[in-house]
Design a protein around this ligand. Structure first.
Ligand SMILES: NC(=O)c1ccc[n+]([C@@H]2O[C@H](COP(=O)([O-])OP(=O)(O)OC[C@H]3O[C@@H](n4cnc5c(N)ncnc54)[C@H](O)[C@@H]3O)[C@@H](O)[C@H]2O)c1
Length: 288
């Protein structure tokens, strides 16, 4: 028997494409959508993680197909969408755009090649993906696009300026397209996560586990790093009919990091919006 929540969500039997669905947050979405009865078609650059995800979904009894490709290649993306058409009867209910990435570099040291890489990885391919999805979604009249951005789309990000600007561009694009696509019954929203340890994120913020735990207690109001479920819960909600009146909006699975906006929860002093005296004195001691 279908549960009350499953009925309200209406996910069972829907068709989803997840771009970057092989690893990290994309894998979490793919597995959870498939567990909810969604037929998923995944693509990813990483063949190994893509096949691992495919295997997990099949072992759970889910329906999945998978293609290795670079989302930044418009021809490959076009062929991938076409390859889903026979299984999906030419329609599409859900598109999750996950691919993105960055590296730390002061803007003044960056160059046009680096800017181009960041713009292509975090922005241009989404334009292609959304345009490819549109005619397929228009046919269904009740579809959902979810773009994965970042907390950095909503605050300053020194050392990551171009990445942050591109995530903000996706947020703006989402708002405009929510109006353009509303008449066709296509909703489009963003998820702006912060600190959910995936292999690529851990490479940007290395550290021993106890050191990481203390950092999270200070900088994330909920006192911990995010989990894959924290993220995929938002994707399930936005993909499902539970969010049927929400479009052009952003969900923030970030443990309160955006709300804290410069306030840190120090172990002894509690919340301060500047470093406590012992930290300042330790730093002054280091400077001697
Ligand atoms: N993990 C976090 O806390 C966090 C925080 C803020 C924003 N984000 C955003 O969430 C998204 C996913 O992040 P993640 O940590 O899971 O990263 P990830 O590097 O694990 O990426 C997810 C998947 O995308 C695939 N991928 C990367 N480039 C690709 C390409 N060009 N073509 C096809 N597939 C490609 C990867 O192989 C991987 O399987 C990104 O857009 C990232 O900017 C993540």
């Amino acid at each position: 028997m279908t549960s009350f929540l499953d009925q309200r969500a209406g996910l069972s039997g829907k068709r989803a494409i997840i771009i970057g669905g092989g690893g990290g947050l994309g894998q979490a979405c793919a597995i959870d959508l498939a567990r909810s009865g969604v037929r998923v078609s995944l693509c990813d650059l990483n063949e190994e993680s893509l096949h691992e995800t495919e295997g997990i979904i099949r072992d759970n009894g889910g329906e999945v197909s998978a293609s290795v490709l670079d989302a930044r290649d418009p021809d490959a993306l076009g062929s991938f969408f076409e390859s889903t058409d026979s299984a999906f009867d030419g329609g599409l209910d859900i598109l999750i755009n996950v691919v993105g990435g960055t590296f730390r570099q002061p803007f003044v040291d960056s160059n046009p090649r680096g800017w181009d890489a960041l713009i292509r990885t975090n922005f241009i391919w989404l334009l292609h993906a959304i345009q490819l999805a549109h005619p397929r979604m228009e046919r269904t009249g009740n579809a959902s696009i979810v773009n994965v951005t970042s907390i950095e789309a909503h605050r300053a990000a020194p050392g990551f300026a171009v990445y942050a600007a591109m995530k903000a561009a996706v947020t703006s694009l989402t708002r405009s397209l929510s109006l353009e696509m509303a008449p066709q019954g296509i909703r489009i929203n963003t998820i702006a996560p912060d600190y959910i340890p995936t292999p690529s994120l851990e490479a940007l913020a290395p550290g021993a586990p106890d050191e990481q735990d203390l950092r999270h207690q200070i900088s994330i109001p909920l006192g911990r790093a995010g989990s894959y479920n924290d993220f995929s819960g938002c994707a399930l909600f936005l993909a499902s009919d539970l969010s049927s009146f929400i479009t052009g909006m952003t969900l923030h699975p970030d443990g309160g990091a955006l709300a804290s906006s410069g306030w840190f929860n120090w172990p002894k002093e509690g919340y301060l919006n500047n470093p406590p005296a012992d930290v300042v004195n330790a730093l002054l001691g280091d400077a001697d």
